[in-house]
Every structure is written in C-alpha cells, then in structure tokens.
Design a protein around this ligand. Structure first.
Ligand code: FRU
Length: 613
C-alpha cells in the first residue's frame, strides 16, 4: 500500500542564501529527492516488481529520465509525468535489476519556478512500487474484439513479422511508457490463428544508438550469418541523432534478441529507414530494400551474410506519389493469375500525401533482377500511382516472411499519422488491420493491380447468422436488416446495380450515428462516409468521405464488411478494392439499411454473421 514516509536528510539546497536540506519523500520503497525546479532523483531497489509512473495525457512536456543501475547509465526514457492530474500509470519493470540500486535522474519541463513548485507535481506521491500491473481492458467501448492491440500504451507500425513452427510472430513499434509516440521499442505478440494474439515481453529495447524503429526479421535457414541454422535475424533502424541500420539475432525463436555489438551495419549520409530483407532463391543472396525517406525513393542492397550489405540499385525518384516521405517498403513476387508468370510488387508507404490526406500505401508492379526494381510503365512511359487501400486507416503495411503455402500475408497499422495520437482511447492507442493476403488481379483493361484478400482464417470468426436475405429488390424505399446487439460482425453481401444509379448501404445505431457506403454505378466507385459515424471531433482530419474505384464494369459487387468496436474494413470483390476506416460510435451499430436511386438494384445474397469471441 502507498505510504508517505519522511526520511533522514540526504542532501541540501540553497534557498534565499540559506542552505536547506532536501527531505526525501515518497511511497514505501521509493525515495524522492527534489534537487531543483526541474530536477528530481527517485531511488528504488530492483526486484520482482514495477515502479508505477503516473502519466498526464495532454501534458506535452516529456520528462527525460536517465535510469542509473548501480551507478551506470542503463537507458534514457521519456515520460509525460503527471503534473496536475494522473490519467493513467505505466509500469517501469524493476525485475531486470534485481537487488541493484536503481536511480531515476529526472529532468522535467522548464516551467517550474522553484523546487516547491516541482514538489507539488502529483506524480511524486503516486509513484509506487507494485507487484502487478493491471492490464485489464478498460476501453470496453472501443477496444477491438478481434483485432490485435497492445495490452496498454502506444503502437504504430507492424515490424519484423515472421512465421515459424505454426506461430505467427508480430512485432510492432511500441511505447511502453505512454499512449503517444515515444521510446520506440519492438513490442511482440504471437498467434497460431492470426486472430487471437498473446502479448509477449518486449523484444528489442532502445540502446546507445537510439530508439528501435521499424524493420524486418527472417529465419536464417542456411546459417548465413553464423548464429546457427534457423536463427532469427532482425534488421531495424537505430534512430538517434541520425538514422542507421542495425542487426540483432535470436536463438529462442524471436522471444529475446541480442543486439549486435558491431552496429550499425549500414550508414548513409541521408535519412534512410525501415530495412526489409528477404532471401533470393534465384541469386542465392539476401536482398534488402530501404526507404530513402526524404529522397522519396527506395534503395536496394545485397548481402551474403545479412551483415555486410552492398548498394545495388535505387528506384522511385520522381515516380508515383511524391508528396510525403517514403517509409516502410516491402518487396515480393506474386503469380499473375492464369498465366504461370510472376511480377514483383514494391510496397511503398507514404506520409503524408495519401488520397484522402495523411498516411497511405502506394505500390508499384514491375520486375526485380536481384539488384534493382523497375516499374511497369504505361505506353506513354508514365507510371500510374496505385493505392492498396482507399480508406484513411491502413498504414505501414508489410508482410510476414516464411508464411506457409507461399502466402503473402500482411497486416497494417489501422491509423493515420494525421490523428493517431488524438483518437479517443487512452489505455491503448491503435490496432492492426485484419490480416490480408496479397494477390494480383487484372482489370477489364488488362491492367495489373494488387488485391487485399481477407485471410482465410477470418472465416473462422463467423458465428451465428443473425440476419439474411436473398433475391430481394433494393428500391427507393429503404429496407433494413439486423446486426448483432454488440455491433461486432461480418456482413457478406452480393448485389447487382445494373439498372440503378446509386445504391446506398447505411450502417447505423439508435443514436442516429451512421456510416454511409454508396456505390456509384455510373462511375464504378464506392464511397465511405464517416462524417456522422459517432465521435469525430477529436481532429478536423477525421470526419471524411473516402472513395475507391471498384475495378469492375458490370455493376456486380460482393462486399465483405468487417465491423469491430472502432473500425470498419470493407473488402469489395475479393479484395480488389478495400477501404479501412476507423469509427468511434457512442453505441454499437445495430442496423444495416439499403436503398437504390433511379432504378432498382438486386440483393442477390446477404448474410450477417456475429463473431465468435
Ligand atoms: C512509419 C514510421 C517509420 C519509422 C517508425 C517510427 O510510421 O515513421 O518510418 O521507422 O514509424 O516509429
């Protein structure tokens, strides 16, 4: 239990010319000395427990905390220590430093006038030692039921995903000390079904070279790096004053990583990040694609051993969307359906500059000769900008390495840098998309595109059919169907709009909040309007209408809509068009309505499935 204790005088400070002792205060086992208006020492003993750090969500100043263990600098972390009100606490794990002296040398913001001011901050009284940290879900309204989320704190990009021995490993950009971006660490979760995820201990923590930014991981089947057959090798960006690429290996299937003492392994004199590597069967060497962020291009490297990399090519300057920085690339080969031939796909996440503002995923289709990528071009030599997702909330999507059955399974971060830090959740911030399989398809004009097909595992989510219909007319008069009471469902419907101009599908709740999805039969486009979907006012960039080409010409559409507590993922015609959008309704959506303008449409089939939780 928390106890305020007074301890003997351990240091002194000068107030108005008189030396005043600084009295150590703090909860049991926590000794706090205020040394000045912006500097405080917190001393604890390492053990099987945590020091809780109180955080104030909207307080912009991060305290800089140098953690000293037995007098040596262990790490520096940044935490928005609560000043006037504690919104939540985060755990500082002391089990790594058993029986050692742990000193947090804390420098807070500059706005305090005196040491007394500093001592008034609420965080000091609430820093307590505890055996357990409560991660019970407090975000019952909006924490997704079947999407991956961190147990607590901030998450952005998925990282280093690999599949081994039946386990899907998902690492991610994590802040262990708050719900906003900071202290980038590789968090880790595992799954055997791509649906239910188990949180694992943090895998790679910041070191002397900086924070651990995005990267990839592979299984080194042939022991090319010398850490043993099937060792896991991770490459990531060390982000300190500059960005450089670093190496780590794991001999326990990705549970713990040892950071290479010879890091960094790739240095450039310009900003580059998010290394993504793969074994090239044809050339018998490793390939790596690296985002040359500010140059808006990708760099390619080759390596025999995953440590020594040689620059082999560049691609992208002046091509595709060039507005934002280029980040998180991925490169893989896919079959062209019905031809026995293949093409290479270069995924190129960009921010900002997406079709609806902020973050988005563009991709190029072309060839890769083991050294560099070349894009397919139009007859006039131009390159069409292609988007993988026409919603606002799918970013930093990359694929799993070593996925079974030649699958190219991917997952994205379901948010947008425009408002990711402002979405109305606090215990956790952000979820991943549902898993999606990358497949090529050819449109009516013979142009190749990438489809995002819902992974087959998602079929197992289907529980009861809560409503259904077949062979019904969709007319001017609205018809309505039931969604489950908790609003969590998959809607699978097929319709034909051969006679109609616009078919509107509305997902709504009794509070009048709604999402409108309109199919425009003339222009072959589908739109998604979340302007009245619920809470939308946390950012001016959030209330939006997104819209996608549907890539068909016959007005026949199948939609699979995955609704979770705060997201909708709309897959059209087996993923040929996709819109991923967050929504924050005040009550679950319980109704699906449809209507058609200027002529009837036909509902061939509808099934609303509740979800097996
Ligand atoms: C993309 C990104 C990456 C970087 C990471 C840092 O969202 O900016 O380029 O590695 O986030 O968290």
């Amino acid at each position: 239990m928390k106890q305020i204790i007074n301890r003997c005088v351990v240091s002194a400070l000068l107030v108005g010319g008189i030396i005043m002792p600084s009295v150590a205060v703090g909860a049991e086992g926590v000794e706090i000395n205020h040394l000045g208006p912006t500097n405080t020492l917190v001393r604890v003993k390492g053990g099987d427990n945590y020091l809780l750090l109180p955080v104030q969500e909207h307080f912009e100043d991060d305290a800089k905390i140098n953690v000293l263990v037995d007098g040596k600098l262990e790490e520096t972390i940044y935490v928005r220590l609560a000043r006037t009100k504690t919104d939540y606490t985060v755990p500082y794990d002391l089990s790594r430093f058993k029986d050692k002296n742990v000193v947090l040398d804390i420098v807070t913001g500059q706005s305090r006038n005196s040491v007394r001011d500093a001592a008034d901050d609420v965080c000091w009284d609430e820093m307590i030692i505890t055996d357990t940290f409560d991660t019970t879900n407090k975000e019952t309204k909006w924490r997704p039921a079947y999407h991956h989320t961190p147990l607590y704190g901030w998450m952005n990009d998925p990282n280093g995903m690999f599949y081994k021995d039946g386990v899907w490993h998902l690492y991610y950009q994590k802040n262990p000390y708050g719900s906003k971006w900071q202290n980038m660490t590789w968090g880790h979760s595992t799954s055997t079904d791509l649906i239910t995820w188990e949180a694992q201990p943090d895998a790679i923590r910041p070191d002397g070279l900086g924070a651990i930014f995005s990267g990839s991981a592979v299984i080194d089947h042939n022991n090319t790096a010398g850490y043993g057959e099937d060792a896991i090798i991770a490459l990531f960006t060390s982000a300190g004053t500059s960005q450089m690429q670093s190496f780590a290996h794991s001999n326990d299937n990705g549970q713990t990583f040892e950071i290479y003492e010879g890091n960094p392994i790739i240095t450039l004199d310009t900003e580059a990040r998010d290394p993504n590597m793969f074994w090239n069967e044809k050339t018998g060497e490793w390939n790596l694609v690296l985002a040359h962020a500010l140059e808006k291009e990708n760099l390619f490297f080759t390596s025999p051993d995953l440590k020594t990399w040689t620059l082999s090519g560049t691609f992208g300057k002046g091509l595709g969307a060039q507005e934002g920085v280029w980040e998180c690339p991925d490169l893989f080969e896919l079959q062209i359906p019905g031809t026995g031939k293949t093409k290479w796909v270069l995924i190129c996440n960009i921010n900002p500059g997406g079709p609806f503002g902020g973050s988005a995923i563009q991709y190029f289709i072309g060839d890769f000769d083991g050294k560099t990528f070349t894009s397919d071009t139009n007859p006039d030599g131009t390159v069409t900008t292609k988007w993988l997702d026409y919603g606002k909330d799918n970013y930093a999507l990359v694929s799993w390495s070593d996925a079974p059955d030649n699958r190219r399974t991917t997952v994205g971060w379901m948010s947008n840098w425009q408002y990711a830090a402002d979405v109305p959740t606090m215990q956790f911030r952000s979820a991943n998309t549902v898993p999606r399989e990358m497949e090529l398809f050819v449109d009516d004009e013979g142009e190749l595109y990438v489809a995002s097909v819902p992974s087959p595992e998602l079929l197992k989510l289907r529980d009861k059919v809560v409503d259904k219909a077949s062979n019904k007319t969709i007319g001017e008069k609205e018809t309505s169907y039931k969604l489950p009471a908790d609003g969590i469902c998959e809607i699978d419907l097929s319709f034909q709009a051969t006679e109609s101009d616009v078919v509107t599908f509305t997902i709504s709740n009794p509070e009048g909040e709604k999402v409108l999805m309109k199919y425009d039969a003339k222009n072959h486009r589908m739109s998604f309007d979340r302007r009245e979907s619920g809470v939308v006012d946390f950012s001016t960039k959030f209330p939006a209408v997104t819209s996608s080409p549907t890539f068909e010409k016959d007005g026949k559409i199948n939609l699979r809509l995955f609704i979770d507590r705060s997201s909708m993922e709309l897959f059209g015609n087996n993923g040929e068009f996709v819109m991923t959008n967050l929504v924050f309704p005040n009550a679950p959506y319980t109704t699906l309505s449809m209507e058609s303008k200027n002529g009837d449409a036909r509902l061939d089939d509808l099934k609303v499935y509740s979800i097996k939780l």
